[in-house]
Ligand binder design. Structure first.
Ligand code: ZN
Length: 276
């Protein structure tokens, strides 16, 4: 059994064949999907999908969904407060996420992102929930917010930092999410981390429909001609197989370790037990 700890099953890319996507994942041995929200507009959808498919979900505001004014940020945060309160006892609500900082996309104001992220870290702490983090070009500022907020840990999804930054996340009670990027030969730093970090540090994810592995990669010309690079959770075992090969361990060993890690940082996921 595999757990896809980060999958946007609600994405428009899956609108035409969502049930098929879930069925293919199951057939491939991916029995549990964790569905992070990205903004208040999809809170109900991720909850509904998690219940429909025996999965789990998180509620939060993605840094790239940060509204463009402080007042609008606060209004979205209020919607998150209401949703977290309403779903407080839902066993499938396993984290606050996807939240974080993204300094790669210049159009998204860093100060507003920080306001939104810090408030959500506090909400997670107060709710006793772990967090699912997104970070691009912003690991150090995010670590600073994490230390200040005192959250209980969670997952740094699509981790792409240094070994030193990885160690700080681990010290703060986090695990690091690895996915399709590690299947590219040129992803030297991520492949080195995937090989060298302690096995207990890792969880696996697809981030589907994003972050396709190399075998789904299409050139710009192919995409212009209509080719799709859509990733899906059924790809997880093959991605994890590449990770297992990097570490020279059996896939089953990796599955057991990464499932245990996912359960350690997402206790409510563990409490769901093994899917029927
Ligand atoms: Zn995501």
């Amino acid at each position: 059994m595999w757990i896809d700890t980060h999958c946007h099953l609600d994405a428009a890319e899956f609108a035409a064949d969502r049930d098929g996507v879930v069925a293919r994942a199951r057939a491939a041995g991916v029995d549990r999907l964790v569905l992070p929200a990205v903004d208040p507009g999809n809170f109900d959808t991720v909850r509904r999908l998690a219940h429909a498919h025996g999965g789990a979900y998180a509620l939060g505001i993605h840094p790239l969904a940060t509204p463009a004014s402080a007042a609008a940020v606060d209004a979205d945060l209020e919607r998150l407060v209401v949703a977290l309160e309403a779903q407080r006892d839902d066993p499938r609500l396993v984290a606050v996420g996807e939240i974080g900082l993204d300094h790669f996309v210049a159009s998204c104001d860093p100060a507003l992102q920080a306001r939104c992220c810090e408030a959500q870290l506090r909400l997670a702490r107060d709710a006793g929930l772990p967090v699912i983090l997104h970070s691009r070009r912003a690991v150090d500022p995010l670590l600073k917010l994490l230390r200040r907020a005192g959250v209980t840990g969670g997952i740094a999804h699509a981790f792409n930092g240094s070994r030193q930054q990885a160690d700080v996340f681990l010290d703060l009670g986090f695990r690091l999410g690895f996915g399709g990027t590690l299947t590219f030969d040129r992803a030297l730093r991520i492949r080195a981390l995937a090989r060298e970090l302690p096995l207990e540090a890792l969880v696996v994810e697809t981030d589907a429909p994003d972050i396709p592995p190399h075998w789904l990669y299409r050139t710009a010309a192919e995409r212009a001609a209509g080719a799709s690079m859509r990733n899906e959770p059924a790809e997880l075992p093959r991605i994890a197989g590449a990770l297992a090969a990097l570490r020279a361990i059996e896939p089953a060993t990796l599955a057991a370790a990464t499932n245990a890690s996912a359960h350690a940082v997402l206790p409510r996921l563990a409490a769901l037990g093994t899917p029927a």
